[in-house]
Design a protein around this ligand. Structure first.
Ligand code: NAD
Length: 320
């Protein structure tokens, strides 16, 4: 019998690179027992060092009373890792066949009711679970980097999804403090990444066309619409932009002009030449190192999450 989502005690993290390490950190912070499998020789030291760096931020956001780093263990066999767990989060390489092979191994020992969620950025559940004995329990639980901080998780069940399995998974992520959304129809890249790459395509085009530097294109998001997007999505914002007439007025009023821009958007190809031009243009702005950039991202993200978390809690209390 699968436990209720709020009674889960033991989870497995399969694949512990950038994303798996962050999932392991989050699960530990929420008081769960975590078993990790990753074939890399330096896996344990990498994960432990990731946790040491990430824990201060999670402490600020609030650790579970049962959080304890001694609940972390490492095993060298994927089937052994999942043999007695209540939930599996898979974050191995983004290669369809590698994930399929992994799922086949997990299935040999997986408890009958345990769900396996893949962090895949864009592979579809129907392809991932093809050939499994109980395919509907293999689904997508796609986080956003860094998943120990960013709340969104996209839950994709694909065709023939079992609604009870989707409900359980959504409830489990919610219990972890995440913001799961249900994706009703599978598509490559799910929802958020499709929107993200649509924006990135134009960001690349603008730099290649010499319209603005990478730093200014980035500032156009971070200091402009990005601030609004941290609190509301494009549909709600269009409802607001239409004033008293709402979305209908906005679309009738601005829609035709917007269509002209849509038709003018760029379609760059990611060729070696494109990559050279982008990297050179980015480096010309003398950016900080990757480590400095990551520290800055996490510092500002934490401030934003604390502020938004407090404001949303206040809103919820006002509603109650
Ligand atoms: N990096 C991101 O921004 C991001 C965001 C959301 C989702 N994802 C998804 O998460 C998954 C992992 O991405 P990542 O960025 O952490 O990659 P990564 O390269 O940092 O980590 C992958 C890990 O998988 C391990 N691995 C290799 N073979 C394995 C196997 N057979 N079984 C288990 N583990 C194995 C590697 O040793 C490595 O530690 C991918 O599916 C990716 O699409 C990535």
């Amino acid at each position: 019998m699968k436990p209720e989502p709020d009674k889960v005690k033991h989870v497995a993290v399969i694949g512990a690179g950038t994303i798996g390490s962050a999932w392991a950190t989050l699960f530990l912070a929420k008081g769960l027992e975590v078993t990790v499998y990753d074939p890399a020789a330096d896996c344990e030291s990498r994960v432990r060092s990731f946790i040491d760096n990430a824990l201060p931020a999670l402490k600020r956001l609030g650790l579970d009373d049962n959080a304890n780093c001694e609940k972390l263990r490492f095993v060298d066999d994927p089937a052994a890792a999942v043999a007695d767990v209540d939930f599996v989060q898979e974050s191995g390489p983004e290669q369809l066949q590698a994930k399929r092979d992994l799922f086949a191994k997990l299935e040999t020992t997986l408890p009958a009711e345990t769900i396996v969620a893949s962090s895949t950025s864009g592979l579809m559940p129907s392809a991932l679970r093809d050939g499994r004995i109980k395919p509907e329990r293999f689904l997508v639980g796609h986080p956003f980097n860094p998943p120990h901080l960013i709340p969104l998780v996209e839950v994709v069940g694909g065709p023939d999804a079992d609604p009870a399995i989707i409900d359980w998974t959504v409830a489990f992520y919610t219990r972890l403090g995440k913001k799961p959304i249900r994706i009703d129809k599978e598509m490559p890249g799910h929802v958020a990444n499709r929107m993200q790459v649509a924006l990135y395509r134009e960001a690349v085009h603008l730099v290649l066309e010499g319209v603005a530097t990478p730093a200014d294109v980035d500032a156009a998001i971070a200091y402009g619409p990005g601030l609004r997007w941290a609190v509301m999505g494009p549909h709600a914002l269009h409802e607001l932009a239409g004033g008293g007439g709402g979305m209908r007025h906005q679309l009738e009023h601005i829609g035709p002009g917007m269509e002209v821009w849509w038709n003018d958007l760029g379609r760059p190809d990611i060729t070696p030449d494109t990559i050279d031009k982008l990297v050179d243009a980015y480096q010309a702005g003398k950016p900080p190192s990757v480590q400095e950039l990551a520290a800055e991202r996490d510092r500002l993200l934490l401030a934003l999450l604390e502020t938004l978390g407090a404001a949303r809690r206040t809103d919820d209390e006002a509603v109650e």
